[in-house]
Structures are given as C-alpha cells and as structure tokens.
Design a protein around this ligand. Structure first.
Ligand code: ADP
Ligand code: ZN
Length: 531
C-alpha cells in the first residue's frame, strides 16, 4: 500500500519535471495528486491561479487510460489542448465547435488509447452516444472543472452539471476530482452533494491572495475616477474593467480609448468573432484593457493581469472574489479596485425584486447582496472580511494591503442623520401617503426648492431643510449605509425608499447608528507596480 503510494508520488514528481518543466509542487497539489493517483475521489478548492490544472493533468498522465475533463469553457478548449500538445501531452476535445471529421478523429484516438486527456463540454454527457463512447474506452480519472457551476446560487450555474452525478454510478472504479475557485461552505456542500461524492477527500487551499490590494472607493464620477486610477497607478498595464450592462461596457471602452488607454469591449451582445478576437488580443498583447460584463473571464489564464476594476457592484462576495482573483496570478502586486455608490445598492435591490425566482430564491439573493454590501461598508480590514466569509481565520492585526488598513476610515455617530432620513420617509408616507426615491429625500433634507419639491408641496413638510449640515454627497452616503445596514429598504421599479422593521428602533432612539465617514476625495494609493 505505502510502497505503491511511494511509487505513485515519485512518478507524479517525475511527470511534473519531465512534462511541465516545474521544480516542485505548490501547496496542496502534491497531496491531491497522490490521493487521486491512488484512486480516491477529491474535492479541491483552490483560488484562481493556485494551480488546479495539474491536480488532474498529472493523475491523467500517471494512471493508465484517458483523463476525461468536463469543462464549461468551450471557447478555451482549443487553447488548452494546443498548450498541452506543445508539451507533448496527447490531448483532444469534443464540443459543438467541431465538425464531424474532427470529432471522429478524436473518438478514434480515444478508443485506440492514444489520448492522455479528453476535454468535454458538460452537455455532451447528456448524450447516450457520448456515454457509449466513453464506455468503450479506458478512463483514468474524471475531472470536473469549475465545479461551482453545479450551484444554483452562483451566476455560473449550468443545469448540465446536475447530470454529472451519474459518472460515479456508471464508473464506480474511476476516481473523480471536482475543482473550483469558489469556496463558501454552502457551495462546498452543494458540490459534494450534487455531484454525489460522499467519500471524497476535501482539499482546501488558503484563499488569501496577498499580492492583491483591495480597494473600494465611493462613487462620484466613476469613469473619471477609473481614468485617474489607471493613469496614476497602472499606466500601460493589462487589466479588466467590469460593468453591469452592455451599454456601460461600450461607453466605458470608448471613453478609455478616447483618453489614450487601449481598451476593447466584451459582452454577450457582441458577435462570437468579435468576442474571440478581443479575448485573444487580451491574452496575447501587453497592456490591453478589456471592459466587460461578467461574461468575460472564467478560465482566462493570463498571469499578468495587473488590475481588476469594478464600476458596478457584484451580486455576491463569491462573484467579487472570483472576478478580482483574475488579477495577479503571477504573484506580483496587483489591484482590485471598485467604485461603489448609492445607485448600486438601489439598482441591485431592484434587480432582485424584479428578477426571476420564488421568494426563497430572492431571499438568498438578498443575503448574498447583503454580504457584499457589508464588505463595501466595513471599517475593518477588507481581506480579513473576505477570508472570514470563506471560513478562514483572518489576521487580527489587519493585512496592511487593503484600503482600510492603509488609510483607516473614520466613523462618526450618524444617529441623528439616520433619524432625519427615516423621519422624512415616515412623514411622506404617513402624512401624504407618498413614497419617493433618494433624490427627492435628499432635496427635502437640504431644503432645495426643485420643480418636483414645489410640485408636491414638499417645502411645507416640517422636515424640509432640516439637513443643511451635510452635503448632498454625504446624505447619499448616509442613505447608502442605511440601506446596507438594513435600516432602510428599496421598493418597486422606481426604487422608492421605505422603512424596515429595524427602522423603528432608530426612530425611537433606542439604538445608535455608527457610520463610515465619506472621504472628501477618493483616496489613491500606490500599489508599487505602476508609475
Ligand atoms: P488555476 O486553474 O487554479 O487557476 P492553473 O492551473 O491555470 O491555475 O495554474 C496557474 C499558473 O500556475 C499556470 O501558469 C501554471 O502553469 C502555473 N503552475 C501551476 N502549478 C505550478 C507549479 N507546481 N510550479 C510552477 N508553476 C505552476
Ligand atoms: Zn487589510
């Protein structure tokens, strides 16, 4: 038993040297590979760039037969296979982009035992023809890449992943390895249950990405803020800018280009040819910026992405972690930068309420968003909060490489300000039977006689002009934080503000409301990587 394990281990190391040209295994790789080579099932949670590929590629090479890799990343299969072939690994793929002849060739190679690795899209495994084919050949290991696609809660959910549990029943003697960079306990459990891997060993690497500097700044003029961030800290660097809508992707890419920064758009509304061209330019060129929706990025292996910027709020911490994790895979200093404001909160809340899904689904979506908001509003170390979210013990003294560690935010007693906002909302509703959005509430507090204020006689309210001690931006910050803390809620398609159950305790002066002080100007810090 242990002699066999020893042989397996030395064969694995020899393969690492001979085929991949690397000196040593990293982190958990060695333990994972030994376990799978010996025939065990494994669930592997490793951050992006952690080296998941070798965890199945080496067992596939060491064990007799073909390693079958299930991956949703059809667009990348050709590249992955080409890269492996360049190393002398006999690899092939089967997906919908191939013509009949190409597929027949791969099938024949597989049946003849001439493939070390075969990449498949998950939808292939729904076809009896594919299952028959696999039954007629010899399989060394099943690798299920991007295994979080089995989770209905992520934005990467693929229904076809739910059928993958059949692999274990149909091939009980073939080890399975499920891999992902998403690592909440919930996703972890879902992977294990839905892929039916109760006896799998679990390998959880640290989720810390110490070379990524996390920064979240208040949104004022986001495109301009982005531009100065790029000019000051990342001139000439490659990076990704995420936006929520196709329209803002296009506009932001144009804005950057017209300001001398080479940028291309990427979203699902572009034709396949343009998308492929922009993706391959990003991979091959130095210093290109891709402005994209979240359609871009999964599986992109570009080591020198120096920054990931978010102009809109991600829906969950998982999404944020995954997207920012595309920066700095080479281990060099990189920045995860986000501009975040009141409209983000309102927009995301509206999206959830008007979106699909039953009540339970919406509640969970809401909980995911709340965790993301908590990360945005925290006055503590952002990295610590991220790691704690993923169940890891953070360093109690802070990381020294996030905005809150570098420039600790001040807090102030926002109890009175909160009461003013909430009583304005209450007055409108009780005295007038009206609901309004944040703009009108702020205008009333500031005592501005705008057209809409006059039209609704809001200058007659007792709360009119009671908030002149703060600026418009500061009031928006107060409202944003009240929303994030659940002391205020958003309703309906116009994003009107309404009270929550928790609001009452503030109005009754039973609780204090500490708030984060809004910086006068978005602070900038050097990452050490740019000029
Ligand atoms: P993941 O799939 O986890 O995001 P990859 O498998 O793509 O990560 O690996 C990330 C990078 O690290 C790749 O460029 C890979 O070649 C490199 N790498 C992986 N393992 C090792 C190792 N043991 N030694 C050196 N480089 C490695
Ligand atoms: Zn920190």
């Amino acid at each position: 038993e242990s002699a066999a394990a020893g042989v397996a281990a030395s064969e694995a190391l020899a393969t690492l040297h001979r085929v991949f040209g690397y000196e040593a295994f990293r982190g958990e790789q060695e333990a994972v590979i030994e376990h799978v080579v010996a025939g065990g099932d494994a669930v592997v949670l490793m951050p992006t760039g952690g080296g998941k590929s070798l965890c199945y590629q080496i067992p596939a090479l060491v064990r007799p037969g073909t390693g079958v890799v299930v991956s949703p990343l059809i667009a990348l299969m050709q590249d992955q296979v080409d890269a492996l072939r360049a190393l002398g690994v006999r690899a092939g793929f089967m997906n919908s982009t191939q013509d009949f002849d190409e597929r027949r060739t791969v099938e024949a190679e597989f049946l003849a035992g001439e493939l070390d690795l075969l990449y498949l899209a998950p939808e292939r495994l729904r076809l009896d023809a594919t299952l028959d084919l696999l039954s007629r050949g010899k399989i060394s290991v099943f690798a299920i890449d991007e295994a979080h696609c089995v989770s209905q809660w992520g934005h990467d959910f693929r229904p076809d992943y739910l059928t993958l549990s059949l692999l274990g029943r149909r091939w009980p003697d073939v080890p399975r390895i499920a891999l992902t960079a998403t690592a909440t306990h919930a996703t972890h459990r879902e992977i294990t249950e839905r892929l039916d891997m109760p006896t799998a060993r679990h390998f959880v690497a640290s989720f810390d990405r110490p070379n990524i500097q996390y920064r979240i700044v208040p949104k004022a003029d986001p495109k301009k803020q982005l531009l100065s961030f790029l000019r000051e800290e990342h001139p000439g660097d490659a990076g990704i800018v995420y936006c929520l809508s196709r329209n803002s992707v296009e506009k932001t890419a144009e804005f950057l280009s017209s300001n001398g920064i080479e940028a291309v758009p990427y979203h699902a509304g572009l034709d396949a040819g343009t998308r492929a061209a922009h993706q391959s330019r990003f991979l091959r060129e130095d210093g290109l910026v891709v402005v994209a929706t979240i359609a871009f990025g999964m599986g992109i292996d570009k080591p020198d992405v120096r920054f990931v910027a978010h102009l809109d709020l991600p829906k969950s911490v998982e999404g944020y972690y995954q997207e920012t994790g595309r920066a700095g895979r080479d281990g060099l200093p990189s920045t995860a930068w986000m501009a975040y404001g009141l409209n983000d909160v309102i927009q995301q809340r509206k999206l959830i309420q008007s979106g699909e899904g039953d009540e339970a689904f919406q509640r969970r979506a809401q909980a995911h968003l709340d965790a993301m908001l908590a990360l945005c509003e925290t006055v503590q170390c952002r990295r610590g909060q991220l790691l704690a979210y993923f169940g890891q013990e953070p360093d109690p003294s802070g990381c020294g490489n996030c905005d809150t560690c570098l420039t600790p935010p001040e807090t102030w007693d926002g109890t009175v300000a909160a009461q003013k906002v909430l009583s304005t909302v209450v007055r409108l509703q009780r005295e007038r039977g009206q609901k309004f959005g944040a703009v009108q509430i702020v205008d009333i507090l500031l005592g501005k006689r705008t057209g809409k204020v006059i039209q609704f006689d809001h200058d007659q309210l007792s709360v009119f002009g009671i908030g002149q001690e703060l600026t418009e931006g500061e009031w928006r910050g107060v409202i944003r934080q009240l929303l994030a803390q659940g002391l205020l809620a958003v309703e309906g398609e116009y994003g009107t503000l309404v009270l929550t159950d928790a609001s009452a305790s503030v109005l009754r002066r039973e609780r204090e409301v500490p708030l984060r002080k809004e910086p006068k100007r978005a602070p900038t810090q050097r990452t050490g990587s740019g000029g």
